[in-house]
Write a new protein. Sequence first.
Length: 135
Amino acid sequence: KILNNEKTLSFARLLGRGLSRTHIDENSPASWTFLSAEDFKKTGVSDNSNLFFYNIISNIRENIPYRPISLLFWQNGQEISALAAADEEKSLIPLANALEIKIQSKYFIAGPFHNFSEAEMHFRNALKEVGLLKI
């Protein structure tokens, strides 16, 4: 759910852009969402806290067909960051282990990456390594 202090028109616009840039690959247990610097500029959103991005992906998860894992990639300056989220922490453990990331809750942050392609390949390779990508 959107927190009251984040329930703004800017947040709604960014959420809409995120939904329009969300893809589901039937060979993967994840949904993939990409937000560029232009998305933030056009919507007037400047928040870059982990909780803010978790809130974005949580709202995206509520509005798309169910996937065990959701991945959000966003551009911050010249770098790309990623957030992986799931309903249960145990769903993320194999992926986090493959990426050598410690998780403390139902999400984790990864990066920085040089570009979206590098970030996506990093996650696709990790999903493949743990047997969650069918290719």
